[in-house]
Design a protein around this ligand. Structure first.
Ligand code: NAD
Length: 258
């Protein structure tokens, strides 16, 4: 089999969290175009259903929508059970849901800190370990986590200590699981996007006005698009990346190079 054929995801079943829109929607589209059946998982079920319909129509794959708050252990367990029941198994997943709360550290409330850590880091622990337990017991699999360039640098000018800390945690969690599961057939990797044009940036009243400043600092002088993140995720979910685990992939147009 040629390498491109081997990269395809025919016969694989997966899910993407935070997939109703933005980065998750684009990686879901890419997984489906590569041949996978999958679940669009989001707390916004109306948007998730629309996205599932759209991707199913453009790819002909079986795409289902599942409502889930990824910070809730029981809901994550029920979501994974539903994926397995409706798709027949689970070979890959993309833990991608996240939020960004901007506040100066000396004004940030403990509730804001906890919310950001719950959605961005606790949820990755829940998603990875609940999906991972199934994969460990059923022939292995591949897990992809969305970290961020904010795991590597401190963004300016916006203050976002909780976000940065949560994403650094995602990378160390990824590496820890990769090492623990390396001999047991489950691979765990992360992606670290730079600034990407999604609702998180374009629709945020605090972040949108900063885009010109970010672009002035960016070697490419622009935001990335969510579509530019799909192919690496297809690679990670597939069978040409079998020696790739515990890795973090920077997708930031060289933003973190200096
Ligand atoms: P987005 O706001 O466009 O989409 C996020 C989706 O996650 C939404 O559909 C939302 O409903 C869902 N979601 C939020 N909380 C949830 C929860 N508790 N349970 C289930 N679903 C939930 O954001 P995006 O830009 O596509 O970001 C996706 C991921 O990429 C996030 O982890 C984000 O931190 C990360 N990221 C984004 C950028 C960027 O510039 N946009 C850069 C680096 C990393």
């Amino acid at each position: 089999m040629g390498i491109i054929e081997k990269m395809r995801l025919y016969g694989k079943r997966g899910f993407v969290t935070g997939a109703a829109r933005g980065i998750g929607k684009c990686t879901a589209q890419a997984f489906a175009e590569a041949g996978a059946d999958l679940a669009i998982v989001d707390m916004d079920i109306a948007a998730a259903e629309e996205t599932a319909k759209e991707i199913a129509a453009s790819t002909g794959r079986k795409i289902i929508a599942i409502k889930c708050d990824v910070t809730d252990e029981a809901q994550v367990q029920a979501m994974v059970d539903e994926v397995v029941e409706k798709l027949g198994g689970l070979e890959f997943c993309h833990a991608n849901a996240g939020i960004c709360i901007n506040a100066p550290a000396d004004e940030m409330t403990y509730a804001q800190w906890k919310k950001n850590l719950a959605v961005n880091l606790d949820s990755v622990f829940l998603t990875d370990t609940i999906a991972g337990k199934y994969m460990l017991a059923h022939g292995g699999g591949s897990i992809i986590n969305t970290a961020s360039m904010s795991a590597h640098i401190v963004n300016v000018p916006q203050p976002q200590c909780a976000y940065n800390a949560s994403k650094a945690g995602v990378i160390q969690l990824t590496k820890s699981l990769a090492v623990e599961w390396a001999k047991r057939g489950v691979r765990v990797n992360s992606i670290s996007p730079g600034y990407i044009g999604t609702d998180l940036t374009l629709s945020s009243p605090t972040l949108k006005p900063l885009i010109e400043k970010w672009n002035a600092m960016a070697p490419m002088g622009r935001l990335g698009t969510p579509e530019e993140l799909g192919s690496i995720c297809v690679y990670l979910a597939g069978d040409t990346s079998t020696f790739t685990t515990g890795a973090d992939f920077g997708l930031d147009g060289a933003f973190t190079c200096f």
